[in-house]
Design a binder for this molecule. Sequence first.
Ligand code: ADP
Length: 658
Amino acid sequence: MDHNKIIELTNVSRTYSMGKFGVAALRSVSLTVAPGEFTAIMGPSGSGKSTLLHLLGFLDRPDSGRYALNGKDTTTLDEGRLASLRNNMIGFVFQQFHLLPRISALENTELPLVYAGKRHLKEKAAQRLKEVGLADRMTHRSNELSGGEQQRVAIARALINDPPIILADEPTGNLDSKSQNEIMDILVALNRRGKTIIMVTHEEEVAEYARRVIRMRDGKIISDEVKTPGNKGEKLPAVLRQEDAPLTEYTGRGRADLGDHFRQAFWSIFSHKMRSALSMLGILIGVAAVIAMLALGEGAKESISQTLASLGSNLLTLRPGSQKLHGVAMDSGSVTRITLGDVDAVAKLDNVKRVSPSVQGRAQAVYLNRNWSTQVQGAGVNYAEMRASVPTVGRFFTEDEIRSRQRVALIGTTVARELFGDNDPLEAMIKMNRINFKVIGVLPSKGANMWRDQDDVVIIPVSTAMYRMLGKQYVDSVDIEVSGPSFMDGTEKAIRDLIKKRHRLTKENDDSFEVRNMADIQASLAKTTETMTWLLGSIAGISLLVGGIGIMNIMLVSVTERTREIGLRKAIGARGSDIMTQFLIESVVMTFTGGAIGVMFGAGIAAAMSAAAGWAVRVSMASVLLATLFSIAVGMIFGLWPARQAARLDPITALRYE
Ligand code: ADP
């Protein structure tokens, strides 16, 4: 290694393509820089000064020629190696300072440590800030600092990894003359301590501080002079003079770790609170909808299966005609009506344990000055046992009462509450459709199912209902309990044959009644609720998708908005993969947080639905897990593209982005 050449450029060219034309920014430039030099690059605007500086700082690559750093060729290195050279070997100082807003001077100074994978040594950053005279400004945010102070923070940041080379692009271009002198004094002092400094400037006054001046024109070096008296600034800043502390090297893993990425992502989320909150909202609504909808579906499924279980499993139901064929009502001639005679005949069949005919209607029930519209159901004496409706208070009606069409009634708890309030309903007389009934019992509470309040019912003897109240000659349905599960099929066939025989049915109209097995009904209901759950779930899923697209949108906007920030991060040593990881983490953190809040909201909505509408809901662990995983996935998938866009940005174009 040649110790007299830290930088060696040989015939380096760089041409920018502008449409059809190429703009030759550098034409076969050769240059060597020895360690410890302080060089100013001067020349008219457009002469290639910045291009040269960017090539030296690995922010850009030459089209041809060789660039050796410390004697090693760098033109073949990959993007990751270049990033780490930018991180370790070079400290950049820009005309626009490029500090990150909303964080302190200290945190800005530390930033290159993140990409070096070094421990966050606040003392190191503090020491650097002291060296540039900002001991009392460490916790100030960049918008609370003057231009000169901001540039000093930028210099402290450039020094944090103790690079041998400092590259400064018009470092005083945005500063007043007092600040200009301060900054130049600092650069001179650094040079005295061994730093190699290369600085682009167009002001002779600034160039005075350098010991070597290179002048460029049209992409070529036209003069290169070394000034014998040396630096202009002889007075060192007091702080630097006293504390000539060695800028010691300390080792790092050379890679940012996940914790750092999380910290950067959180910084970005918190420093754009409104934007982050809005993008989380999309996911939040989506997840809340998924949770609530699935809870509703699950709840419905559960309540249906509970209801069905309470009906008993050995039940068959006989009904007149499947009156609808594909939803179209058939003419009444093809319906077989079922009489009480049929019911008695069915009851006498083998293996039939008990039967209960039923008719339904509605009535206005009146007690004193209160009235309540309710469902009236005529039932057989076995109803209480078969439908788990043995009264909690009072008694059920008897065979005799059915035979003699007695006006006795059992009321559901809802009816009891509406008509009697706190009074005792037993033995009270109520009127239904102007007929007096004596209340003989209160039915056990069954709660609400999907369709209706099961306690809003009055049960009276089937005969009374048919002949005295509703004026019906036929029953609406017959519940039949079979002695055991093994007799179900045989009994079902026996019932069919019996009805066919009694009604003299022929082959053509033997579907004018139906016998249904509870298990069938159960299965078809389960299928329906499952379909419904899926339907609700997928509607909610779509809103989650929309939320994801919202996140992607916001992330893409933020890539554009933060182009310069990304450029800066790259300039101080971030790899493409670092930027990508940071953006991905950002989007996943947002979707995950939105998802977690959404789960709570969804559960809340479910609870509210159950409280307000009395619907059965159940928030299942699986749905919570599903929604959470889904929201993380949404963050990954929709964050990926913006993250890639960000990672691909070319550092120098990004830095120059307006
Ligand atoms: P200086 O810093 O001396 O003002 P630059 O190095 O910025 O000059 O530019 C040298 C030449 O290259 C100029 O003609 C400029 O227009 C051109 N140039 C610089 N960057 C780009 C770019 N990204 N695309 C196209 N042309 C560029």
